[in-house]
Design a protein around this ligand. Structure first.
Ligand SMILES: [Zn+2]
Length: 68
């Protein structure tokens, strides 16, 4: 397993991988976890990725991808 979410890899990302999560709107969280929403890949924070994986936050994530 790669260390894409930890250590040196993070430092190479914009603002060390920290940004505002598009789902929970928290600031300065690591928005480095890719999740598949419909046919799009969206980067969210760890908490949201887990929640989405459990079938939660569907309304929030669907607002992120334009309805087709
Ligand atoms: Zn989040």
């Amino acid at each position: 397993m790669g260390k894409t979410h930890r250590g040196k890899g993070l430092k190479e990302q914009v603002r060390n991988g920290r940004a505002v999560c598009p789902v929970c709107k928290r600031e300065s969280v690591k928005v480095v976890y890719e999740t598949q929403i419909k046919d799009k890949t969206v980067k969210v924070c760890k908490t949201c990725k887990a929640a989405i994986g459990h079938g939660k936050l569907q309304k929030e994530v669907e607002a992120l991808v334009p309805a087709s």
